[in-house]
Design a protein around this ligand. Structure first.
Ligand SMILES: [Zn+2]
Length: 456
């Protein structure tokens, strides 16, 4: 049976459209990546997972070697400068360290590595080239060491967000600056102070604005026009609007990307996530600490919990939803491990792929997983959405081992305390040695308690 046709909701047209790549032998997708100054929060995980599912589906439909997925790394930004300055390290040190953790976190969420992960600092030449084209074509001007995009010079600015200039002015936080001709004009290049990172340019030593990075990196790796551009809904305006303005005006074309896709907001337990509310949680904390729901969560559970809501809907990130996802996963794991078909699954895989192809209807796809009677088909379906049940099984085993370890260590420590209380020093030393052999170092505290740490 053939594969169902892919349909995508296009923010540009506000309709679901059939996906027709420019070149089926080279399908191209760009997604705005992280600004690597701090650990990524769970809201950042949403586009990572959503567009990974799309990447997997495109590879399935067009062949893995025919799909290019670019997700950039923003490694120059005022937040990066400020944080590096605060910590007294170079921006390279800060971004290397943050990016390393980011890559581990995304891998734990089951995401494939994108085809390319270009860094902004390695594309300064392309940014300067685009800015020069914009100045030459009358869409940008240099003033006071800055270069600004001249928004009124573009006839259909606002096409993606569907706002008029007046609405944008009313809604936007507008920086008033003497070097700006129009209030909506945005920065392409700005001067750097002595201690700030900077590059030589025709306008003096400076650094790029944020929006120009994505125009340069998508051009460098996917060409002037490509198929899909994705990101969170909060990026529609001004970031994506400005990317379109830069790329279209620099290259004299109407289209930057044919399909614009945006995932919805994420909130935590019914509230907007914020540091002041104390409900701010990073991917790293979910995976490795007990901050959310009092326990660690495996990447597969996080991923499934994310896919139970359609990517365009707002998602409420709750402990309950994670527990439900975990219950489903355990059931599927047992079913696959048992390896026995319990009935006829009919056209299950076709229906499953059909749900995904219908603008990534993952809630329907996940629901269908509950009605499959053949473990081999379930396994295939989970693989298509990047849920690795074997890795999940290893996680469970590992957790069990760790909790057994902790229990037996606790028992040995209290046996040693009993031995010490009855002045049985030989037994006390024997237990200490036994623990040392397990890689556990003991510390006898003044208050009579004993604490331990892993030395291995
Ligand atoms: Zn971008």
């Amino acid at each position: 049976m053939s594969t169902p046709a892919l349909k995508i909701y296009n923010t540009l047209s506000r309709t679901k459209e059939e996906f027709r790549p420019i070149d089926p032998a080279h399908v191209r997708m760009y997604v705005c990546g992280p600004t690597v100054y701090d650990y990524a929060h769970i809201g950042n995980a949403r586009p990572l997972i959503v567009f990974d599912v799309l990447f997997r589906l495109l590879r399935h439909l067009y062949g893995a070697e025919h799909v290019a997925y670019v997700r950039n790394i923003t490694d120059v930004d005022d937040k990066i400068n400020a944080r590096a300055f605060e910590r007294g390290i170079s921006i390279r040190e800060l971004t290397e360290e943050t990016n390393k953790v980011f890559q581990q976190d995304v891998k734990a969420l089951g995401c494939l590595e994108p085809t390319m992960q270009p860094r902004a600092t390695e594309h300064i030449a392309q940014m300067i080239a685009i800015i020069e084209r914009l100045i030459a074509s009358g869409h940008a001007y240099a003033a006071d060491g800055h270069v600004l995009f001249d928004v009124p010079s573009m006839q259909n600015y606002g096409r993606l967000s569907r706002r008029s200039l007046d609405e944008m002015l009313a809604g936007a936080r507008v920086d008033v600056a003497p070097y700006k001709r129009g209030d909506m004009d945005f920065v392409l290049w700005k001067p750097s102070k002595e201690h700030e990172p900077g590059w030589d340019s025709p306008w003096g030593r400076g650094r790029p604005g944020w929006h120009i990075e994505c125009s340069a990196m998508s051009w460098a790796h996917l060409g002037k026009t490509f198929d899909i551009h994705g990101g969170g809904i909060d990026l529609v305006f001004p970031h994506h609007e400005n990317e379109i303005a830069q790329s279209c005006c620099a290259f004299g074309q109407d289209v930057m990307a044919n399909y614009w896709m945006h995932n919805g907001f994420l909130q935590v337990e019914g509230e907007k996530m914020s540091k002041s509310l104390g409900n701010f949680v990073t991917i790293h904390e979910l995976l490795h600490t007990e901050k959310f729901g009092g326990r660690k969560w495996p990447g597969e559970v996080l991923r499934l919990a994310m896919l139970r809501t359609h990517y365009r809907q707002p998602i409420d990130w709750t402990v309950k939803a994670l527990e439900e996802a975990e219950t489903s996963l355990r059931r599927w794991l047992e079913f696959i491990a048992a390896g026995e078909a319990t009935g006829d699954s009919g056209n299950f895989l076709y229906a499953f792929e059909g749900a995904l192809a219908d603008d990534l209807n993952t809630p329907l796809a996940m629901k269908l997983l509950h009605s499959v009677h053949d473990p081999a088909q379930l396994d295939k379906a989970l693989d298509l959405v990047g849920i690795d049940v074997r890795r999940y099984a290893r996680w469970i085993e590992n957790e069990k081992r760790e909790s057994v370890d902790a229990n037996s260590i606790g028992a040995l420590i209290s046996a040693r305390l009993t031995a010490r209380a009855s002045k049985n020093w030989a037994e006390s030393d024997r237990i200490r040695d036994e623990l040392a052999a397990m890689g556990i170092a003991l510390k006898d505290n003044k208050d009579g308690t004993t604490t331990w740490e892993v030395k291995r």
